[in-house]
Design a protein around this ligand. Structure first.
Ligand code: NAP
Ligand code: ZN
Length: 353
């Protein structure tokens, strides 16, 4: 027992003691390195709206105290005896999950997020040994090497962090639905996910339209590569764009008038939801029938695809636009995300923890 204690890593964290409570600074122990683990010194961690849904327990099942954070960028500081992919000093990232069975058809296909045994989320989850997982609002984390990705040298660690969730969550459906030249894509909601989605869809060659509530973000949307921009607060937007899009990627954290958005799809068009409001959506089935339209959803992306996304971002100069904050500002940052008062992702400088 004493030996195990000795080899565990104490780390400072920001923790939420109960739903909606303010963050507290505290200390936790990270497990002793297993042969296939790496120890990461976290430099930056993004604030995803999912962190807020979880810390406020809006989706239910919250495990408290909770240490959120699944947009992790840092440096490897130790490796287990059998680690082959990483060495001390490597620049690495960790996203939304840290383990999966490795044997089911989805794991074998590189889509660990759909693991039939149950993927292990980076935080707010129980690992296969029954221990709670704690995320990236933390100085250090221990992760199995198969769930760690390499951050290309062309990407600074602070801007790379949001790609680990916002990046892969938008890249993956755009690839899955074969977005490229000749495709008309709408990005609904221009927040953390949406502003990265614009850049990916543009780099893939699609004609990109942004649907935001107001006109406030128009010039930045165009600078990210959008071809068109419309305000959804203007009812004329819906008549003007009727039947236009092959794909709509909905990144909105709240419920929308689904029928109104479906009416903007071409025949055979698809509305893909990545935004995850707590309450169920409603729609009229005729909105689908009349245009052979589909409603779909998409969950982050697998490890192989996450690496592909990071390499693609580095190659195409895709970087989230971030506001770096200190550990003391996280409660305030949550309130600002809820007011959509962020351009476009908060990233915690973990050295301030
Ligand atoms: P975010 O930064 O808060 O962006 C959400 C955007 O939605 C806002 O910027 C705003 O865009 C729009 N919006 C917010 N409230 C709205 C309302 N009441 N009506 C209409 N539009 C509204 O959040 P995020 O971090 O991008 O995350 C977005 C959602 O994706 C969250 O629900 C999150 O949990 C979910 N998510 C899902 C996955 C997945 O795997 N499926 C992964 C990560 C996150 P405008 O100001 O432009 O209108
Ligand atoms: Zn996220």
């Amino acid at each position: 027992m004493c030996n195990i204690q000795k080899n565990m890593t104490m780390t400072r964290v920001l923790s939420v003691p109960s739903a909606k409570a303010p963050f507290e600074r505290t200390t936790i122990e990270r497990r002793e390195l297993r042969p296939d683990d790496v120890l990461i010194d976290i430099k930056f961690c993004g604030i995803c709206h999912s962190d807020i849904h979880n810390a406020f327990d809006e989706w239910g099942g919250g495990k408290f105290p909770m240490v959120p954070g699944h947009e992790i960028a840092g440096i490897v500081v130790a490796v287990g005896s059998e680690v082959t992919k990483f060495a001390v000093g490597d620049r690495v990232g960790v996203g939304c999950f840290v383990d999966s069975c490795g044997e089911c058809e989805y794991c074998l296909n590189g889509e660990e997020q759909f693991c039939t045994k149950g993927v292990i989320n980076t935080y707010n989850d129980e690992d296969y040994d029954g221990n709670l997982t704690y995320g990236g609002y933390s100085q250090k984390i221990v992760v199995k090497e198969d769930f760690v990705v390499r951050i290309p040298d062309a990407l600074d660690l602070d801007v790379a962090a949001p790609l680990l969730c916002a990046g892969i969550t938008t890249y993956s459906p755009l690839k899955h639905w074969n977005i490229g030249p000749g495709k008309k894509v709408a990005i609904v909601g221009m927040g953390g996910l949406g502003h990265v989605a614009i850049q990916f869809a543009h780099a893939m060659g699609a004609e990109v339209t942004v649907l935001s509530r107001s006109m406030d973000k128009k010039s930045e949307a165009l600078s990210f590569g959008a071809d068109h921009y419309f305000a959804t607060s203007n009812p004329a937007t819906f008549s003007e764009l009727a039947g236009r899009f092959d794909l709509m990627l909905n990144t909105v954290s709240a419920n929308l008038d689904v029928d109104a958005y479906l009416s903007l799809l071409r025949v055979d068009g698809t509305l893909v939801n990545v935004g995850a409001p707590a309450e169920p959506d409603q729609y009229h089935v005729f909105s689908l029938i009349m245009g052979r339209r589909s409603i779909a959803g998409s969950l982050v992306g697998g490890i192989r695809e996450t690496q592909e996304m990071l390499d693609f971002a580095a190659q195409h100069g895709i970087t989230p636009k971030i506001e770096v904050i200190s550990a003391d500002q996280v409660d305030e940052a949550y309130q600002r995300v809820l007011r959509s008062d962020v351009r476009y992702r908060f990233v915690i400088d973990i050295s301030t923890l």
